[in-house]
Design a protein around this ligand. Structure first.
Ligand code: ATP
Length: 236
């Protein structure tokens, strides 16, 4: 049966739609992000994986690349891949938003019954308690923390008790409720970082095969991420 994520009234006999939100700077988007999105769709069975570029963070510089340009690259990379959605709400808002506000807006759009999961890495999770209204996040969504094999929260960590209160073990449990749980999940991770890609381009090296060709072509056409010393974009 087709699953609608806009239908606010989902009869209990119908499986509730499961939506994953993968936020990030995507500066630029690369195969690490895209493989993660596909694992969320295929291995974990999310109906929708929303890639949501953030607006330009005030504290972070990006050489020659605006939020709209990052959004454009995410759109090019995702193309018409089924189940992957590009969510432009933060970029269009044109100012950095708290994740809480973004999730409120997404929840309003999806309705109360959809299962909504915020995906993050361990670095973000370790500092979750510095986020705006972080303790209310679980009223809006679940949290899925992507972990490396053998990772566990240090015994004395201040998030330990909170994690134990909300932790579940199976992804199926995420899909049975709209919000409220935390899952630590191991997923294949490619050793690719956007920072390294930007550095390579700036140093005149090719990042090809770390990101989709369509994105790399776009970067060259637009002259993104070039340091003044590099003329790589013009020579390839
Ligand atoms: P930077 O190197 O600039 O920090 P990044 O690629 O690590 O960039 P984001 O663009 O903000 O960071 O990442 C968005 C999301 O994708 C985050 O949840 C991050 O943990 C995850 N992610 C980033 N790189 C990878 C990767 N290689 N494999 C799997 N997940 C990744």
């Amino acid at each position: 049966m087709a699953i609608s994520v806009n239908n606010k009234v989902t009869p209990s006999s119908i499986r509730r739609p499961a939506v994953a939100m993968l936020g990030g700077t995507f500066d630029p988007i690369h195969h690490g992000h895209l493989r993660l999105a596909l694992e969320l769709r295929d291995r974990l069975g999310f109906d929708q994986v929303r890639l949501l570029p953030c607006a330009q963070p005030v504290h972070r510089e990006s050489p020659g690349c605006s939020a709209l340009q990052r959004l454009e690259m995410v759109e090019l990379a995702v193309g018409d891949e089924s189940g992957l959605w590009v969510d432009d709400r933060e970029v269009r808002a044109d100012r950095p938003s708290y994740s809480f506000a973004t999730l409120q807006s997404l929840r309003a759009e999806l309705g109360d019954s959809a299962s909504l999961t915020l995906v993050m890495g361990t670095d973000a999770f370790l500092h979750l308690d510095s986020w705006h209204r972080w303790q209310e996040l679980l009223q809006l969504c679940h949290i899925l923390v992507v972990v490396r094999p053998g990772w566990h929260l240090p015994e004395q960590h201040r998030m330990k008790h909170w994690l134990e209160q909300h932790r579940i073990e199976q992804v199926q449990q995420l899909k049975q409720q709209p919000a409220g749980s935390v899952l630590l999940q191991q997923l294949a991770s490619l050793e690719i970082s956007a920072t390294a890609i930007r550095q390579q381009i700036g140093a005149g090296q090719s990042p090809r095969f770390l990101l989709p060709d369509v994105v790399w072509s776009h970067i060259r056409q637009q002259g993104l991420y070039l340091s003044p010393a590099s003329d790589y974009a013009n020579s390839n």
